[in-house]
Ligand binder design. Sequence first.
Ligand SMILES: [Zn+2]
Length: 288
Amino acid sequence: MGIISAESMLNKAFQNGYAVGQFNINNLEWTKAILLVAEELKSPVILGVSEGAGKYMTGYKTVVAMVNAMIESLNISVPVAVHLDHGTYEGAKKALDAGFKSIMFDGSHYPIAENIEKTKELVAICKKMGVSIEAEVGAIGGEEDGVTGNGELADPEECKTIASLGVSILAAGIGNIHGKYPANWKGLNFEVLRAIKAKVNETPLVLHGGSGIPDHMVKEAISLGVAKINVNTECQVVFAEATRKYIEAGKDLESKGFDPRKLLAPGTEAIKQVVREKMILFGSVNQA
Ligand SMILES: [Zn+2]
């Protein structure tokens, strides 16, 4: 079937009280690991591609071609979306040209009027193309590919305005942070999430920075309208840990242990385990 828009899988999740995980990809190993687990657990899945990761993989066209080919060669039957993560205005257009069926336009760093104007334009283009579009209100804390945020809490009125433009899904800052969570982190702000949910009504919400939020908070967020949760850092951390262990144990020096297919295997397995745990936690298992 190939990659599809994320709209129907997210509406279904929203209506049935679970969330679909967005797992960011960086290369072939990442992509293969995530797709295999999605198929194993019969879960819909979203592969996130930041602009930096897109460049790293030599461009959006490569990403689309790789994922479509892998869906075929691995016999993946579950719904798969490839989603531009934190796209700029120009990046969003490039991803659309390359065949992405799902994009995020992150206009949160613009003054709200400009965010509205640009989101509106991209919504019109996406609707015509049958592409799902995520918009953002209120920067997410931490740093992702140079897009910095102050961890501000989104204004529910602004969320209502952006949601009413017809976006498929809405990301709103509720105290969540990209990257590792600091020890003194205050947790998600459910009061703000409730206020946003009341204003945006039927628009599914997105929780960024899904690595390291305690499970009970994740579940509460899902019960309050979050239907997409982004996981990135956690996969990177476990991949690095498993690879370090392999090298520290001297396994790359034994026999053909330097073969990249062997060297990268423990990290790839570690990613699979994180994806499994998250899909179970988010409730998307057997929802394909
Ligand atoms: Zn994000």
